[in-house]
Design a protein. Structure first.
Length: 175
């Protein structure tokens, strides 16, 4: 089973994942990536940060930016570095892979998308955040039979956290 949280901006999706993994004591046993805003740049840029994965290159790679109201993904980052991260997620000994978050920056990255679907097909459990934005790529994840989507709001986020804890406790995780 793969689980993705979705919802509006700043409703606590990433906070729920961090809280649940810490509460269950599995944070150190997970691998994956998170995307973060780089506050030190003039243009709003976002970068990808590995979680418990080491690669022999700079671990912080820009994945996209907002400029003049336009969102632009850096496809080459996903096609090279992003694919390497997902390959590591597939090969490393970890039952849970965190993907925080999957969104519109990946739209043109076909090899990354294919590798992500390989990961979803694997025995590993993917726990992630997916943008509410509708697209062919995001819908291809959202509408898979092995994906469960939990919609987070400011009102239900505590209930979602409790539900997510129950779901993960019921999984037969190996690590």
């Amino acid at each position: 089973m793969n689980i993705f949280l979705t919802g509006g901006k700043q409703v606590g999706k990433s906070t729920i994942i961090n809280s649940v993994t810490n509460e269950l004591g599995i944070g150190e046993k997970t691998i994956g990536f998170r995307t973060l805003l780089n506050p030190s740049t003039e243009i709003r840029t976002f970068y990808i940060e590995p979680i418990n994965i080491s690669l022999l290159e700079n671990p912080y790679k820009d994945i996209g930016y907002f400029k003049d109201g336009t969102k632009t993904g850096i496809t080459s980052t996903f096609e090279d570095y992003g694919v390497k991260l997902l390959e590591k997620c597939l090969s490393e000994r970890s039952s849970i892979v965190l993907l925080d978050e999957v969104g519109f920056f990946e739209e043109g990255a076909r090899n990354f998308q294919k590798k992500l679907h390989e990961l979803l097909d694997s025995p590993k459990t993917v726990l992630g955040v997916i943008k509410e934005h509708t697209s062919e790529f995001l819908d291809s994840i959202r509408f898979r039979e092995d994906v469960r989507i939990l919609h987070v709001t400011l009102v239900n986020r505590e209930e979602i956290k409790i539900e997510l804890i129950k779901i993960i406790k019921n999984l037969k995780l190996e690590n």
